[in-house]
Design a protein around this ligand. Structure first.
Ligand SMILES: Cc1cc2nc3c(=O)[nH]c(=O)nc-3n(C[C@H](O)[C@H](O)[C@H](O)COP(=O)(O)OP(=O)(O)OC[C@H]3O[C@@H](n4cnc5c(N)ncnc54)[C@H](O)[C@@H]3O)c2cc1C
Length: 471
């Protein structure tokens, strides 16, 4: 193993009773926050508003050594250990009662190297933190659809972003990573160093170690043709979208959302509240070719609104700014190759009686560069799937009865899940532990379990979509 140049060789003695936080605190460059600290309540907040958990302590890591200290401490004292980067875990896994939380949100350094077109990014950086600095050099990485999502969780699960069809997943552009293992060692994982670990962290989630830095290849993207094409919702419009997006040029990546038209400046007042298919467009070719490529979508129906125009790439996040607000959610999702008329009809019907005006059903056309990577190359193996579908109940008031929204999600899910084929590990919900087997084909799962045995035999990294070590 390649140990970091300045290791702190101290090992906490299990012989001393209790968990002597003072010893840990004194060894950190960052901070150790416990319940009596002023910052505690702010730091235990995550993106999901119903999460109100009280960790034993938060290690506000300043560097990879701090992360290694926290890991050794948790290991030696048998303390549960959770990991937080951007705090957007859909399964609410980054804030856990009575656990030590390694909080990486202060580790958000982004270094762009324009000569090599690469970026070194710490895991607490968000998609937005990366997009701005990369844009200064006319570069970009396809990450996710919301600027506040952390690169730590997003990348280790895969990362399906605005340019997935042109440049693949975030992991398809990952060149190497620094990883703190369950033993507290700090290693580099890449094609040539710890290649198995490198394979596993590209889609296997947080099971194998804590990534303290990613090195990505960036794409030469400055301007895109981007914005929102809002169409009246109907089965024909959704069908037209699905048919076109699966065969469109790779330069066109879209995210289509069945939603109630919001009271926004670009939405005619009389159309607010109407059920629409909002297609977020990101075209990476020339504007002229883009207009041609968009014509079939614009021809599906007379648009309710159309804001698609040439924009600097980071501005694409302005179209999802509402998702940056902390909210409550209930989710079910799936990959699919075909979606029946019955599925589209029931999605339309259930959206008409959704329990919250903010709830959505999302369709993403996949393929392109994402599909050209073989299923064996990374732990994210659902490369062939044509669509990603997510039912997301969304509410903004923590006092609302979550069970009402969950019932809506589950009812729609029961009616459409048979069209699904696999699930994206980063979109699994808290109550879907058994669906981890849908997140990976059998051979991928077996290889992940074997690598887990080698890197985390005792399952220290357990608050994730957990893959148990092969016995
Ligand atoms: C509003 C919203 C929009 C989203 N849009 C997209 C999208 O467009 N595309 C997409 O692919 N996903 C999307 N996601 C899902 C997102 O990728 C996952 O929720 C991801 O886990 C969030 O990463 P985070 O660092 O913010 O989360 P956190 O809550 O900080 O972490 C989640 C989990 O990831 C693991 N983890 C986090 N950091 C590390 C690390 N440094 N090393 C090892 N493991 C780690 C841990 O198991 C942790 O429990 C979205 C989520 C939300 C809430």
């Amino acid at each position: 193993m390649v140990i970091s140049p300045q290791p702190r060789p101290f090992t906490y003695s299990v012989a001393s009773a209790g968990a002597p936080f003072e010893a840990l605190r004194s060894r950190l460059a960052g901070e150790l926050i416990t319940a009596d600290d002023d910052q505690y309540d702010a730091l235990r907040q995550v993106q999901e508003i119903t999460v109100d958990r009280r960790p034993l302590a938060l290690v506000r890591a300043a560097d990879e050594q701090d992360v290694a200290e926290a890991v050794r401490f948790a290991r030696d004292y048998g303390q549960p250990l959770a990991v937080r980067s951007g705090g957007h875990s859909l399964a609410r896994l980054s804030m856990i009662d009575d656990a030590i939380v390694v909080d990486l949100s202060a580790m958000k350094r982004v270094n762009i190297n324009p000569a090599t077109r690469t970026a070194q990014v710490q895991p607490g950086a968000t998609s937005g933190n990366l997009a701005g600095p990369a844009h200064e050099f006319g570069l970009a990485l396809s990450t996710g659809d919301t600027s506040t999502v952390g690169m730590g969780g997003l990348t280790t699960g895969g990362g399906i972003g605005f340019m997935a069809r042109k440049y693949g997943l975030a992991i398809d552009n990952l060149l190497s990573a620094r990883v703190v293992t369950a033993e507290g060692d700090i290693v580099t994982a890449s094609a040539s160093e710890h290649p198995d670990l490198f394979w596993a962290i590209r889609g296997g989630g947080g099971n194998f170690g804590i990534v303290t830095e990613f090195q990505y290849r960036l794409a030469p993207v400055s301007q895109v043709l981007g914005g929102e094409l809002m169409l009246p919702a109907s089965r024909d419009v959704i069908r037209g979208y699905l048919d076109y997006t699966a065969s469109a040029p790779d330069d066109l990546t879209t995210i289509a959302t069945l939603m109630h038209a919001p009271p926004a400046p670009h939405v005619p007042r009389e159309r607010v509240g109407e059920l629409v298919l909002s297609i977020l467009v990101c075209w990476t070719g020339s504007a002229e070719d883009g207009e041609r490529a968009l014509a079939p979508l614009r021809a599906l129906a007379t648009p309710v609104a159309d804001t698609v125009s040439p924009i600097p790439y980071p501005r694409i996040y302005s179209f999802t700014a509402h998702q940056e607000v902390r909210h409550g959610w209930s989710i079910r999702s799936m990959f699919a190759d075909e979606l029946s008329d019955a599925t589209l009809d029931v999605a339309l019907e259930e959206m008409q009686r959704s329990t919250s005006p903010y709830s959505i059903v999302q369709f993403r056309g996949l393929g392109g560069a994402m599909r050209r990577v073989t299923s064996e190359e990374t732990a994210f193996a659902h490369r062939e799937r044509r669509y990603f579908v997510a039912i997301i109940a969304v509410w903004l008031d923590p006092a609302e009865d979550a069970t009402v929204h969950q019932a809506w999600t589950r009812s729609l899910w029961r009616q459409i899940h048979h069209d699904g084929s696999g699930v994206y590990v980063n979109f699994l919900e808290e109550d879907e532990k058994e669906r981890i087997l849908d997140a990976y084909p059998a051979a991928t799962f077996a290889r992940l379990a074997e690598i887990k045995r080698r890197y985390d035999r005792r399952n220290l990294f357990t608050f994730n979509q957990n893959i148990r070590p092969q016995s």
